[in-house]
Design a protein around this ligand. Structure first.
Ligand SMILES: Cc1cc2nc3c(=O)[nH]c(=O)nc-3n(C[C@H](O)[C@H](O)[C@H](O)COP(=O)(O)OP(=O)(O)OC[C@H]3O[C@@H](n4cnc5c(N)ncnc54)[C@H](O)[C@@H]3O)c2cc1C
Length: 509
């Protein structure tokens, strides 16, 4: 007898998303978080990519949008020094929400609370081991150390994951020496902001607006004469390793400006201070027996704007598979597809973020030429669209079993407007409960009949839609298409293939 079916270590964005998805799938997780209270460290400034579509499929997007000052229909993305301007497209493949991470975590925690997730704060996982039947977890709680056991444990415990360490999962890759420091801060009256945004610093002279490159690094200044708040950004190559949870200080920023520019810039009160370093690392295995990894614990990418998307999508992919196992109907190998699919998605993100490193760190004329060539290409619609989909993480197609899968199999299901006997609905609306769906789009009774035995696990809807993409779609809870019937595919081939897909993903009835 174990204490919990699933223990989630860490209540960051990945752990909170996972806990909610597990609840939707009928599992009550135990969430252990070492911090005694929700943190307000200013990490990500926003959320973008395919996770926004998924949040829409859970009925959460409006709530998240309402918390933003100004949702961005399509971002301008700094792709390693190349300007990826997705606003040029009428239907851009990527959107973004300027939702600072503390607000994101508050919303995710609120949602988890509504679904009945309990978070044990101030409970730090000190040790993890496993045997054939259970995971054994040593915890340091507010009342002292204790031990709990579970069927599965997921390390959503961030970049320095102790779970990953204890499970002995290698985390190979590279740490880049760039340290980025970002601040919004007031200036004292002694520093004047000139009409063109330059800063006039007593005892030094003028610091120009925009970017200044020196042989020690880069300084960015964004200021207007009408405001005393200035944006400052420095990049330096340093060998010190920083913990993202250790707050940056004004003195640290001042030291960085001094090193880059050789100027002492007087500074006032900070509104936002953050520091980030870049690593390109990916866990060799996302699963080791009963222990799994998700989010930053599984991958670190060397560019901004993509990590939350990747981590929260890991959680969505994993939750229903873990739940299937806990409920006892998971087909053989289901849980292993978590590693296969999400490591592949991580590798795609790694590919473009490492390309960004090469673009960003190249300082010679050849690198400048490469940036320029790419910039020229990215004005055209097709390359821009493909790059947008790559950055959004929406071009990943999971491998689907079967001899000749449909072109849609493995892709993310598009939102369709569906006309049913009970009125008009959408794929997004039907996915709010995170249950698998069989959409019969061509009134094929023999396909509905085939799915009859899975009615406990799979919802079946008959609907009509304009430009139907297939005669039928089998959609997994993470919104990926498990199987599709080609238009007018004969019953004697569609029926058995559907049966195979149903048992391959949702077990024997
Ligand atoms: C300055 C900065 C800017 C960033 N900007 C962006 C951005 O624009 N876009 C983007 O997508 N990403 C950005 N990121 C990255 C993003 O913040 C992370 O990818 C994200 O926080 C990862 O979420 P996570 O839940 O996987 O891990 P974390 O957020 O690290 O959460 C891990 C949780 O586990 C807890 N924990 C750790 N060890 C234990 C233990 N032993 N026992 C119990 N609990 C434990 C921690 O306290 C923490 O709450 C930025 C990061 C930084 C630092």
């Amino acid at each position: 007898m174990v204490d919990a079916d699933v223990i989630v270590v860490g209540a960051g964005p990945t752990g909170l998303m996972l806990a909610s998805e597990l609840r939707l799938a009928g599992v009550r997780p135990l969430v252990l978080e070492r911090q005694p209270a929700r943190r307000d460290t200013p990490k990500a400034g926003g959320l973008g990519g395919q996770i926004l579509q998924l949040l829409d499929y859970r009925g959460l997007l409006e709530r998240f949008e309402a918390a933003c000052t100004d949702p961005v229909p399509a971002p301008r993305f700094p792709f390693g020094g190349v300007h990826l301007d997705l606003t040029r497209l009428t239907d851009p493949p990527m959107r973004a929400l300027p939702l600072p991470q503390p607000m994101l975590e508050r919303l995710l925690e609120e949602r988890a609370g509504e679904l009945g997730v309990d978070i044990d704060r101030g409970h730090e996982v000190a040790g993890v081991s496993q045997d054939d039947g259970a995971v054994i977890v040593d915890v340091r709680g507010p009342d002292g150390p204790y031990r709990v056991t579970s069927h599965y444990l997921v390390g959503c415990d961030g970049a320095r994951s102790r779970v990953r360490d204890r499970a002995g999962i290698p985390f190979p890759g590279t740490t880049y020496p760039e340290v980025n420091r970002l601040a919004q801060i007031t200036l004292p009256d002694t520093v004047a902001v000139l009409g063109n945004g330059d800063l006039d610093v007593p005892g030094f002279g003028v610091i120009p607006a925009g970017f200044t490159r020196t042989d020690r690094g880069l300084l960015g200044v964004g200021a207007t004469p009408t405001s005393k708040v200035v944006s400052l950004y420095t990049i330096e190559d340093e060998t010190t390793e920083y913990d993202d949870d250790t707050p940056m200080t004004v003195a640290e920023l001042q030291g960085s400006v001094r090193r880059v520019l050789g100027a002492d810039l007087p500074l006032g009160e900070p509104l936002r201070l953050s520091r980030f370093t870049f690593k390109a690392r990916q866990a060799e295995r996302y699963r080791d027996g009963r222990i799994l990894l998700a989010g930053d614990a599984a991958h670190l990418f060397p560019a901004t704007g993509v990590a939350l998307n990747a981590g929260m999508l890991d959680a969505v992919n994993l939750a229903w598979k873990l739940a299937a196992d806990v409920h006892g109907w998971a087909p053989a190998g289901l849980l292993d597809t978590y590693h296969d699919e999400r490591q592949l998605a991580g590798a795609r993100t790694m590919l473009h973020t490492q390309a960004q490193v090469a673009l960003r760190r190249g300082h010679d004329p050849a690198a400048e030429a490469l940036r320029q060539v790419l910039q020229e290409l990215l004005v055209d619609e097709q390359p821009l669209r493909r790059m947008g989909a790559l950055v959004a993480g929406s071009d990943t197609r999971y491998a689907m079993p079967g001899a000749n899968p449909h072109a849609l199999a493995g892709t993310f299901a598009a939102d369709l407007t569906l006309h049913t006997d009970r009125g008009t609905t959408t794929v997004a609306e039907l996915m709010h409960t995170a249950r698998p769906l069989l959409l019969d789009l061509a009134d094929r009774p023999e396909l509905r009949e085939r799915a009859q035995s899975w009615r406990q696990r799979v919802e079946v809807h008959t609907a009509q839609c304009d430009d139907r993409p297939a005669d039928a779609l089998l959609i997994r809870p993470d919104a990926h298409i498990a199987w599709a019937a080609t238009i007018d595919e004969p019953a004697d081939s569609a029926g058995p293939a559907l049966r195979e897909a149903l048992s391959g993903w949702f077990g024997t009835p």
